[in-house]
Design a protein around this ligand. Structure first.
Ligand code: ZN
Length: 407
């Protein structure tokens, strides 16, 4: 029986069932293509009691984090996002030379390096061994651990309470949501601040971003369920900032219950927008599955139509989320001959489940296909520029989400 991991209720309703798919980052070598592939159900449910949208933890974070290959510092816009955050947070929490900052899932020190530069004492808590090493090489003190109430208490005992604790893009990736919130509370000083960035379920629903659903992404938060999850650890939501990262995110600011005070006007505004979209009732979540089917129907009809007209369609990009889209839609090489990616690691490999070959982007210029299906829609502006030359031979770009667009 399924149990809500936030409130323990056993009454969960279907939100979005994307079938069974392999882990979205497991790109296949040609040799591996001859062997079976393991798939896991990708079925998000909403708790009828507390409304948390959640996936059962089929894949454990220990499996995905130990050899985590993603280094945040590879993205220069992300490092800049982190620098601005440190400036803002320092002002909000009144940080000075005596302060102490902890970042959970601190990755390669992309954020804390800015704290070190300000001369403020800090510590990263990062589960991936190799990524944490990269942080230490940068001069960012880093503890290799998952955040639990016990690790939180241990850090507090050794280093003192933190004036600021931040946890960016990790709150959705740890299935023990209550233990994680308790860990945040254990770290933070009684008058300190906690900052948590997560993708926002409101934009996921409004912009039909179902391809951001994948196995390692266990929870999908509204501000309301984020507030409830933080409260389970003894933290009160006081403010929220809407962000445009990951297609639409929120940065929640919380404080220990005793220090919190009234939530800001922005909290009331975002909660009101969620309620207006139906996300504060269980039934209000019901239309999403239908919207997702429509995206699939339109995309698959388009691909079949192009095939019947003898036109060639290839893909651009092989992001993890592209694999949720391709698998759910059942798109294989007969409908999408190949895709291309700038990451050389992926060249010569096949997309998991759908087994579409991945090539160097140069291939598109040589082949001059009729259509290029753009899989990383979150980079639309940037890619429309990069792919402008496709129009030179009369080719067109196809964007599948939020609704099919051929430009
Ligand atoms: Zn619940």
């Amino acid at each position: 029986m399924l149990t809500c991991r936030l409130c323990g209720a056993t009454d969960l309703r279907s939100f979005c069932d994307l079938g069974a798919t392999p882990p979205c980052e497991l790109f296949l070598t040609p040799e591996a293509a001859g062997r079976p592939e393991v798939t896991y159900p990708l079925h998000v449910r909403v708790c009828n009691a507390c409304l948390l949208a959640q996936l059962p933890p089929e894949i454990t974070p220990e499996e995905t984090f130990s050899e985590y290959a993603y280094f945040s510092s590879f993205s220069s816009s992300w490092v800049e996002h982190a620098r601005r955050f440190v400036d803002d947070a320092a002002a909000r929490a009144g940080l000075g030379p005596e302060s102490f900052v902890v970042e959970v899932a601190s990755n390669d020190g992309y954020l804390l390096q800015h704290v070190v530069a300000e001369g403020i004492r800090c510590l990263g808590v990062e589960p991936s061994v190799n990524v944490g090493e990269a942080a230490r090489e940068k001069g960012v003190p880093t503890l290799t651990a998952f955040l639990t109430p016990q690790t939180g208490a241990r850090v507090r005992a050794e280093h003192g309470p933190a004036d600021l604790v931040c946890a960016n893009n990790v709150f959705a990736h740890i299935p023990d949501v209550v233990g994680f919130a308790q860990g945040l509370r254990a770290l933070v000083a009684d008058d300190g601040w906690v900052s948590v960035e997560v993708q926002h379920l409101l934009t996921l629903v409004e912009r039909r971003q179902f391809d951001t659903i994948y196995h390692e992404h266990f929870q999908y938060y509204t501000l309301l369920t984020g507030q409830r999850a933080l409260a389970a650890g003894g933290l009160t939501l006081v403010d929220v900032e809407p962000l445009d990262t990951h297609g639409g995110s929120i940065r929640m600011w919380a404080r220990p219950d005793g220090a919190a005070g009234e939530p800001s006007e922005r909290v009331r505004e975002v909660l009101a927008a969620e309620a207006a979209a139906g996300l504060h009732t269980p039934q209000g979540h019901d239309g999403f599955a239908e919207a997702v089917s429509t995206v699939r129907d339109d995309l698959v009809s388009f691909l079949i139509g192009a095939r019947r007209r003898g036109q060639r369609v290839v893909g651009y990009g092989a992001p993890g989320k592209g694999n949720t889209l391709l698998n759910y839609c059942g798109i294989r090489p007969d409908l999408l001959a190949y895709t291309v990616d700038r990451n050389p690691y992926k060249h010569g490999r096949l997309t998991p489940g759908t087994r579409i070959p991945i090539h160097d982007p140069e291939r598109i210029t040589r082949d001059r296909p009729d259509y290029v299906l753009v899989l990383p829609w979150n980079l639309r502006t940037e890619l429309t520029e990069q792919l402008a030359h496709v129009h030179d031979w009369g080719g067109r770009l196809v964007f599948p989400i939020p609704s099919l667009e051929v430009v």
